[in-house]
Design a protein around this ligand. Structure first.
Ligand code: ZN
Length: 466
């Protein structure tokens, strides 16, 4: 099945290929580094990671840019309060974000673009928008005139034609009912940091950074622009207005948006006590791969209800998959090849990739994996699975894990490495051979204390982390 996505702009599912050569030019909105990112943020970033991996599985190369919003209203407020420079303050949360991404196994985009490293590019774009009469200045700030862009509203599918010309808004985030001229450049308030530029002292608004950095690194028309649904309006609508006013070309061919995440059926909020950062969950003992699995398991266009039960079920599902893979690797099967099972594996692999190509239907892709595990376990129990069937089954599991990335356990601080465990297992085997059962039992108990379970089988010793 050809790869296809639901495009927010056309409101249709469309076949996807890059516009030119084999490279996907993709821009995704990154974090605003004023605090630790929460799991709602990570739902979107996990979706972007799955998107990258599926594009690559379809043979495309990636040129993906993600911004880091390291200047905005909240960052300035918090940095000033804590008597830190913007750089000192945002470095804390930028580093934390990159660590969190690594623990969730999210790939690093080809380019990470911090907004504050691109101020002259933004000033230049704002000047050019001025020359083409899309802006006006007021009290030292510069605003984008939405009345100068007739198709304003085409992404969020709102008719804003009735909005009063000249009404304007200074904050970065606002509701649909407040479609207003928005700030491209903000004059500094007393005590706020600012840049001294050709358009006066100040700092960029949030929206201009993405337009400027996307065009700078990826060209005038992107293949894909993605983010959370909360960004459709005003952020992405404003990005389109700015970019298309600058270039006269469509800004992005595809717009993909991940739905909201709720926690235990409710909107996540600090006041309800159901607000989680990734760190909160890991500190409670949840494995990052279980969190990744839960975030990835619901198709991105469906609201995701994140629950503790769901996290536990994710951990059990991963355990089942790991046990199955271990069985594939270590069970001894009779020689030969069962053609029927080989066809079953091929069908599972096809159904897996078709589901992902169908607008990243991760739930169906996982169903294909679990049906395959169930059928193959039965075939093994019945002695129908032959040695020649293992390579294709393992290849399919490899393809599954190249997308979902949950089979490898995360190392915890102070935990034994695989190599260290293998060495201890070999020591124990040698001790048993030498009939030193006291030593072999001691090694077994020591490993168990560290959460490593040994299992003696006809094929030798298997080990796994509890
Ligand atoms: Zn953006």
């Amino acid at each position: 099945m050809a790869l296809r996505f639901y495009n927010t702009l056309s409101q249709q599912v469309e076949d996807f290929t890059p516009a030119s050569d084999n490279t996907v030019r993709m821009y995704t909105c990154g974090p605003t580094v004023y605090d630790f990112a929460h799991i709602g943020n990570f739902r979107t970033f996990t979706f972007v990671d799955l998107l990258r991996k599926c594009l690559r599985a379809n043979g495309f190369q990636l040129n993906h840019v993600m911004n880091i919003t390291d200047v905005d209203d909240k960052i300035i407020r918090n940095a000033v309060e804590r008597r830190l420079t913007l750089d000192e303050y945002t470095k804390i949360y930028t580093d934390a974000f990159m660590e969190d991404c690594a623990s969730l196994r999210l790939e690093v985009p080809e380019t990470i673009a911090p907004a504050t490293a691109h101020i002259p590019d933004m000033v230049d774009a704002i000047e050019r928008l001025g020359v083409s009469h899309h802006t006006y200045a007021s009290d030292g700030s510069v605003y984008f005139k939405i009345g100068s862009f007739p198709s304003y509203g085409k992404l969020s599918h709102n008719d804003f034609s009735g909005n009063l010309a000249g009404a304007r808004v200074d904050v970065d985030e606002y509701e649909k009912a407040d479609a207003r001229d928005f700030a491209l450049w903000k004059t500094p308030k007393e005590g706020e940091p600012f840049w001294d530029t050709a358009i006066g002292p100040g700092r960029p608004g949030w929206h201009i950074e993405c337009s400027v950095m996307a065009i700078k690194y990826l060209g005038e028309t992107l293949d894909i622009h993605a983010g959370g649904v909360d960004l459709i309006f005003p952020h992405h609508e404003n990005e389109i207005a700015q970019s298309e006013s600058l270039t006269g070309k469509p800004f992005s061919r595809f717009w993909l948006h991940a739905e909201f995440l709720m926690v235990e059926g409710q909107k996540m909020s600090k006041s309800l006590g159901n607000y989680y950062t990734l760190r909160d969950l890991v500190a409670k003992g949840h494995a990052p791969e279980a969190i990744r699995y839960l975030l990835a398991s619901v198709p991105y266009r469906k609201a995701l209800n994140f629950t503790v039960d769901g996290l536990k079920a994710a951990a059990i599902a991963i355990e089942r998959l790991r046990n199955f893979k271990l069985r594939l690797e270590t069970d001894r099967h009779a020689e030969g090849l069962n053609e029927k099972l080989e066809a079953r594996t091929a069908q599972a692999a096809q159904s897996f990739s078709d589901s992902l190509n169908d607008d990243l239907n991760t739930a169906e892709a996982l169903a294909a994996v679990f049906e395959f595990v169930r059928d193959t376990n039965s075939a093994m129990d019945a002695g129908e699975f032959l040695a020649g069937n293992a390579p294709a089954a393992l290849r399919f599991f490899g393809a599954f894990d190249s997308i979902f990335k949950v089979l490898e356990p995360s190392a915890k601080a102070g935990e034994l490495s695989d190599a260290a465990i293998e060495a201890r297992v070999a020591e124990r085997t040698a001790a048993k051979k030498a009939r030193d059962f006291a030593l072999s039992d001691r090694i077994r108990d020591e490993l168990l204390e560290q959460g490593i379970v040994l299992e003696d089988t006809k094929a030798g010793v298997r080990w796994k982390r509890k």
